[in-house]
Design a protein around this ligand. Structure first.
Ligand code: F6P
Length: 586
């Protein structure tokens, strides 16, 4: 039989017509889909280097599985109960979560302005652990018991706060000196020269030993999980390891880690690396900081670096070096009773703002790494280029006093006052001040109100580990409006891709981004804010802690197999966190 006899001419035409219809329908579908995925312009011309940001953003919690996964306190409790049964949790940080101070009306309770505290507090509350921290409040001693313990939060006690007392000399040398005049500027590369003094280093070592004593005293078992927080305690992991060899020590470095050339100027670089490698897991916010750390170890210590497995073998032990982007509580326990419009009315009334101005806000500790002066310079450029905005924009800068006895911080405060006065003089008029500077601490509720009242939030850090203000702004905007302007040098820029990303060192560029933010159509704001909220919701603080605890659990299991005579690669711990959770839920 010939093909012709099998397919008569009429059938040929029918098949041809059907294929044509199918192709046209497919083409129409593709066009509709492409239109629906209207591109969101994520990067501005001033974005220094968009590509690495995009890559990391895509890696951070954007798997399809996660759309269905809500990390919660319950999930964290479940991880602890099933993966790390009977394991006690000890958190160590310099800053305490609750400070008692003598005030005009007796003893007052304060929650410090600290990203570390806002991230760790819900975790410790959930896990009912022990939190060891410096008791720095003027009424801390009299509110602690004879074991230096106090149950917190005071209105609903959930965990023990163990306070460690420091002498004036220790506080000056360890906290103000080595931590904040040495390591802080060293790691932030904010062009403030680090100061390294042998006397500060002595204090730093002594205080690290003091906290090691406190950990050993508080540990009720030989194998606790100890969460060591931040650059105040680089030596602590090793000191704990020597005395509790079976502990799982998870150290989280909340600030950036510089490249090895910058790090090399620290006179005690080897001791710091050695101290940190006492950890089982060492976490940073972003991969770049992990890479910088690994490069520093490779350069200054005799060690074996397994780049593929993200592990360092040193002195017979292995430390995993992973990135865990820190975040905020979501869902928040506090329920909002007010609408955005009510919050806006209240804030405008409090600061005596005319109802028709646009409001931009900046909220941070008064710190030279935050780029406060730089955003004021950008504002100057903005008013210069867009003079029709004079009188129509107010920038409200909340700057919580911080480390105020250090010369660099005093100088910054004075420079801020001078620059604000100069700009207000240049563009202000009767009843109108373009910049309102409020150098005061604000509590969480007040800040949430401010975020809800604002048209634009500016985070222009010169360098920042993560920056939780950016995430708090997004979380506060349940109306899906408002624009986030975010520094490319804050770790948060790796996840919050729909923010307007800026280079804070480029005042003219940042001024133009202010214009873009202030004139952004509501539909675009919504499109961006909706996506940002998805990211913060799925990458919440329970995911941050849960990922580390799951890695710790895997590490402990691996050690058990090794004790039974098996062997496994160090990186066997690092399977995708979602996989672990799905297994847990099954
Ligand atoms: O970024 C490091 C950090 O410890 C943050 O977690 C916190 O917001 C800030 O520094 C607070 O610093 P301090 O405890 O010195 O006030």
């Amino acid at each position: 039989m010939t093909p012709d006899s099998l397919f008569p001419a009429a059938l040929h035409w029918t098949i041809l017509a059907a294929s044509l219809i199918v192709s046209l329908v497919a083409l129409a579908c593709v066009i509709v889909l492409l239109r629906r995925r209207a591109p969101v312009p994520t990067f501005t011309a001033s974005t220094p280097d968009a590509a690495p940001i995009l890559r990391e953003g895509e890696k951070n919690g954007r798997s399809p599985d996660e759309a269905f996964m809500q990390w919660s306190p319950d999930m964290l409790r479940q991880i602890l109960a099933s993966e790390l049964p009977n394991t006690e949790l000890i958190v160590v940080s310099n800053r305490e979560p609750y400070v008692h101070e003598h005030g005009a009306d007796g003893i007052e309770l304060k929650v410090p302005a600290s990203g570390l505290v806002s991230a760790l507090e819900p975790i410790t509350r959930t896990c009912a652990g022990t939190w060891i921290a410096h008791g720095g409040g003027s009424a801390d001693r009299e509110t602690s018991d004879r074991n230096d313990h106090v149950m917190v939060p005071p209105d609903a006690p959930a965990y023990t706060l163990r306070r460690v007392w420091l002498s004036e000399e220790e506080y000056k040398g360890y906290y103000l000196g080595f931590a904040n005049e040495g390591l802080w500027p060293l790691c932030h590369i904010a062009f403030t020269r680090p100061q390294f003094r042998a006397a500060d280093w002595e204090c730093y070592q002594a205080v690290n030993r003091k906290f090691a004593d406190a950990v050993v005293e508080e540990a009720k078992t030989k194998r606790p999980i100890v969460l060591v927080q931040d650059y105040h305690f680089a030596l602590l992991p090793r000191l704990i390891r020597e005395r509790l060899p079976d502990a799982i020590i998870i150290t989280f470095w909340h600030i950036p880690w510089p490249n090895s050339e910058v790090f090399s100027v620290c006179p005690w670089r080897e001791q710091i690396l050695d101290g940190l490698l006492g950890s089982s897991i060492l976490g940073f916010h972003i991969q770049l900081h992990c890479n910088n750390f690994v490069e520093s170890v490779d350069r200054f210590l005799e060690s074996r670096v397994d780049r593929e497995g993200a592990a360092i073998s040193y002195g017979g032990r292995t430390t995993l070096v992973h990135s865990y982007p820190i975040s905020i509580e979501w869902p928040e326990e506090r329920v909002r009773s007010e609408t955005v419009a009510q919050a806006r009315r209240r804030i405008f009334k409090r600061y005596d703002l005319s109802p028709d101005v646009k409001l931009a806000v900046g909220v941070e500790r008064l710190d030279y790494t935050k780029g406060i002066l730089d955003r004021f310079h950008a504002l100057d450029e903005f008013f210069h280029q867009h003079s029709d905005w004079i009188g129509r924009l107010v920038f409200l800068q909340i700057a919580a006093p911080s480390r105020g006895t250090l010369p660099a911080y005093q100088a910054l405060y004075q420079e801020c006052l001078d620059l604000v006065a100069e700009i207000n003089e240049r563009y202000g008029s009767d009843g109108y001040q373009p910049i309102v500077l409020v150098p005061e601490h604000h509590d969480h509720e007040e800040l949430a109100d401010l975020f809800r009242a604002a048209d634009v939030c500016v985070v222009s850090s010169l360098h920042d580990g993560m920056n939780l203000v950016a995430k708090e702004f997004v979380a506060a905007r349940d109306d899906e409006a408002g624009v986030l302007v975010l520094s490319a040098f804050a770790g948060a820029s790796r996840e919050l891709l729909e923010a307007l990303i800026v280079n804070p060192f480029d005042a003219t560029g940042m001024g133009e981004v202010f214009f873009q933010a202030l004139t952004m159509p509501v539909e675009e704001q919504t499109m961006r804010m909706r996506r940002l909220r998805e990211v913060v919701r799925s990458n919440n603080v329970y995911r941050w802690a849960g990922s580390m605890l799951l890695d710790a659990a895997r590490l402990r299991q691996r050690e058990q197999f090794r004790d039974l005579g098996g062997s496994s690669a160090p990186w066997a711990v690092s399977r995708p966190v979602e996989e672990n959770v799905i297994r847990l839920r099954a």
